[in-house]
Design a protein around this ligand. Structure first.
Ligand SMILES: O=C(O)CCC(=O)C(=O)O
Ligand SMILES: [Fe+3]
Length: 660
């Protein structure tokens, strides 16, 4: 045996011996063997990476040829050329398989699984504890717990280690951190750090994950038989294996985007990171004066003119960094697309199961017959699409007379933030405030309630549906209830244009909220009216991560608050960094002022204490996903156009809206 096979076989035997020693209570021996097995695993992974790098150029060549085969060629031909052209020979040779007799391989996916779940560290933790090497036990416990956060016993062990003498915070180290390095820089905003994130991202993506797929999907022995049937079976199983390899690689996106210890992958990690980059580089070119955006220019320049720096020197020197990055991404995207094409071919023709982990896959990659549930038309290139999935580009035009841009990204010191003035008139603010007052006086779910955020304020809320009901009961004017809806629409149109959103925006939820200072309870207040949060994910300030998981409203893409008054003290909206502490900008509310911002992790925000009076605002959230638009809102608009004598609003259906 040689190369990786030898290592694999050693890994297997050393680990088994270590576990045996463990169960035999031979602690020193167990520690030695388990450590050795971890070392062996690391060497094995290193060697595989090496093999992969060495065979890579052959690989990309074969893949690009296969892409051409998708249309107009039969399954058999595709498989045949694939099998013969694939650089598997290179990999197999490199990995030592070519000299190993088929069927006698000590390949055990169990052992790979064992290491991927970090189980050896569980054994090690007990072993070191028995040997009274507490600091090492703490590191092993921590390393295991990072990947198994719901393991209660390990949580308790860690608590115990923390209380033990001689153990310090520094001892709780993740010994497998090397493979997750990209997370260290993931939350940095600065461009240089972003670049380093991208570097780590691609490294981890291709080295730690994609390479390991090669091993899991090595083809079967060369026993292809001579008759037609066994040849077909042979080709079919080869194709299936190759498809599993590709699908394994595709899922690397999810693995790379899943932080150790989290269950869910960070959705669309790459586009989200691009949002950080913020296209700060692309700002200043509005749709008006330049119908080709900078992204287009960069893409165009880099990929259509070989000596682009000469042909468009000034642009490229300003944007060299971004162009470089985009070049990286283009490579990544085109490789991924080639794989997807083949996979969809397999889904269509070979009944292969594949669920695309990316949201940015362009429609033309998906065969016609599979498109049914696919998203709508997208006129953008794959790279563009990748950039735009989660990216809003502030700086678009505001066309409404009387509305002005009071603060932009620069003044607000951040990304995708804007303050617009003049969105509602004094009269309109009055009407909505009146509506809020009536709602409060007749009582709704919030009346007189203490705020959910602070005991020093009360909180009243009114939804659109509730407003419509009040109108139907004759308690408020129909037209005032209707105004709530109109204002929401007005803000939607303005922000859609300002943020140049390539996809439609739907109102996902609207809430009229008033916060009132409780008199006599304001002395020495240190808390906030609304603690710092991100609207569409759970902010974890310690790690600066934001988890797009329920109970966060993960489908909110854009947030807006329309302010209605200013006769109160405090109640300023502020933005912070991801540490939830460093304030980057503040906004003072006033009638007709709208603050709009992307709902994601670039915009943590909160509200300072309201220490006198009552602060009312209409909070609006928008989504790009049709599915999550506000059904209640649409229905209530219908029902508000029905006569109130028709009874309960929900039983009144109107035909002119496309509900359901
Ligand atoms: O009222 C405000 O200014 C902000 C409220 C807010 O952030 C929210 O409701 O999520
Ligand atoms: Fe918020």
């Amino acid at each position: 045996l040689s190369g990786t096979m030898a290592l694999h076989s050693r890994l297997f035997s050393v680990y088994v011996a270590g576990v045996r020693a463990y169960f035999g209570g031979e602690w020193s021996r167990a520690a030695e063997l388990l450590e050795k097995s971890i070392e062996t695993k690391q060497s094995l992974f290193r060697l595989r990476r090496q093999c992969h790098d060495d065979c890579l150029s052959a690989g990309s060549h074969a893949l690009s040829r296969l892409g051409e085969l998708r249309t107009g060629s039969g399954v058999r031909e595709t498989c045949t050329s694939w099998v013969t052209d694939r650089p598997a020979e290179c990999l197999r040779f490199c990995m030592g398989r070519s000299i190993t007799p088929a069927g006698q391989l000590p390949v055990s996916t169990d052992i790979e699984y064992e290491f991927s779940t970090r189980n050896p560290y569980n054994f090690l933790q007990v072993t070191y504890y028995k040997l009274e090497k507490l600091r090492k036990a703490a590191a092993a416990a921590h390393t295991y717990f990072v990947a198994n956060p719901s393991h209660l016993e390990m949580r308790n062990n860690i608590e115990k280690y923390r209380r033990m003498k001689g153990v310090t915070d520094e001892d709780f180290q993740d010994r497998e951190l090397e493979n997750e390095k990209h997370w260290v820089s993931v939350e940095q905003h600065e461009i240089q750090l972003f670049l380093s994130f991208m570097g780590e991202y691609f490294k981890v993506h291709s080295h730690s994950c994609r390479v390991q797929c090669e091993v899991a999907s090595q083809p079967m022995p060369e026993d292809r038989g001579t008759d037609g049937i066994s040849m077909s079976i042979f080709l079919y199983s080869r194709a299936a294996l190759s498809l599993s390899l590709l699908s394994c690689r595709q899922y690397c996106v999810t693995q790379v985007a899943t932080r150790p210890g989290r269950i869910s992958a960070q959705e669309d990690l790459l586009p989200t990171q691009l949002e950080h980059l913020h296209i700060a580089q692309f700002k200043g070119q509005t749709a008006e004066n330049n119908d080709k955006s900078s992204v287009d220019q960069c893409y165009f320049t880099t990929y259509t003119t070989p000596n682009y720096s000469e042909s468009n020197g000034s642009f490229v020197s300003d944007h060299l960094f971004v162009c470089f990055l985009i070049q990286e991404i283009v490579g990544y995207v085109s490789r991924s697309l080639e794989e997807k094409k083949l996979l969809y071919f397999g889904v269509e023709n070979l009944d292969f199961k594949f669920i695309d982990p990316d949201l940015w896959t362009p429609e033309d990659v998906v065969p016609e017959s599979l498109r049914e549930s696919w998203r709508g038309e997208c006129p953008f290139s794959p790279v563009h699409r990748l950039l735009l999935v989660s990216v809003l580009l502030s700086g678009g035009v505001i066309r409404q007379v009387g509305v002005t841009i009071a603060m932009d990204d620069d003044l607000l010191n951040g990304t995708n933030r804007v303050v617009l003035d003049g969105v509602a008139t004094e009269k309109e603010c009055e009407k909505i405030l009146q509506l809020a007052a009536v709602a409060a006086s007749v009582g709704d779910g919030y009346r007189g309630r203490r705020s959910p955020h602070t005991p020093h304020e009360t909180f009243e809320g009114l939804t659109v549906l509730r407003a419509v009901k009040l109108a139907q009961e004759g308690l408020v004017n129909q037209s005032d209830a209707q105004l709530l809806h109109e204002l929401g629409e007005r803000v939607r149109v303005l922000l859609h244009s300002y943020f140049r959103s390539p996809s439609a925006l739907f109102i996902s939820f609207t809430h009229l909220v008033c916060r009132t200072a409780v008199e006599g309870e304001q002395e020495g207040r240190l808390d906030l009216s609304h603690p710092v949060h991100v609207d569409n994910c759970l902010l974890e300030p310690e790690t600066k991560q934001c988890w797009k998981e329920p109970p966060a409203f993960i489908h909110r893409d854009l947030s807006a608050i329309l302010y209605l008054n200013d006769n109160f003290d405090g109640g300023e909206l502020f933005f912070t960094n991801r540490d939830a502490k460093t304030v980057t900008a503040q906004v003072k509310p006033g009638c007709g002022r709208v603050v709009g911002f992307s709902s994601g992790p670039v915009n943590p925000h909160g509200v300072t204490a309201v220490t006198r009076g009552r602060r009312c605002a209409l909070a609006l959230w928008f989504t790009k996903e049709k599915l999550y638009r506000d059904m209640v809102r649409i229905m209530s608009r219908c029902s508000s156009s029905c006569s109130s004598s028709s009874g309960r609003p929900v039983s009144c259906w109107c035909r002119d809206t496309r509900v359901g």
